[in-house]
Ligand binder design. Structure first.
Ligand SMILES: CC(C)(COP(=O)(O)OP(=O)(O)OC[C@H]1O[C@@H](n2cnc3c(N)ncnc32)[C@H](O)[C@@H]1OP(=O)(O)O)[C@@H](O)C(=O)NCCC(=O)NCCS
Length: 67
């Protein structure tokens, strides 16, 4: 059975491919990193930021799409 995380990634990949995009970028929170890497994303760099006074230790990840 496919989990909701992989199902969401695959749905976005299909839509991105239909639209002709070559890669997907994700601005992901720490709890989602392992799942995204398991789904083929590569860590690019940390992206710590603050929104309305709340700190987030996010990271940028990228996944190339098959053409
Ligand atoms: C993060 C989250 C969206 C992942 O969704 P999920 O449905 O658990 O993920 P899936 O089951 O589709 O996992 C996809 C793959 O990643 C792997 N994976 C998922 N979470 C993992 C983890 N924490 N560590 C290592 N691997 C992980 C799965 O084993 C699976 O591998 P496989 O398909 O090769 O067997 C979900 O756990 C969640 O909503 N967590 C609570 C909220 C949260 O952390 N949100 C993050 C954004 S704020």
């Amino acid at each position: 059975m496919v989990g909701i995380g992989r199902a969401l990634v695959e749905a976005v990949e299909r839509e991105a491919a239909v639209r002709g995009h070559g890669a997907l970028w994700a601005d992901a929170s720490v709890p989602a990193l392992a799942m995204l890497q398991r789904c083929g994303f590569t860590f690019v760099r940390a992206n710590s930021k603050s929104l309305r006074g709340v700190a987030f230790d996010n990271a940028w990840l990228v996944k190339a799409l098959r053409s």
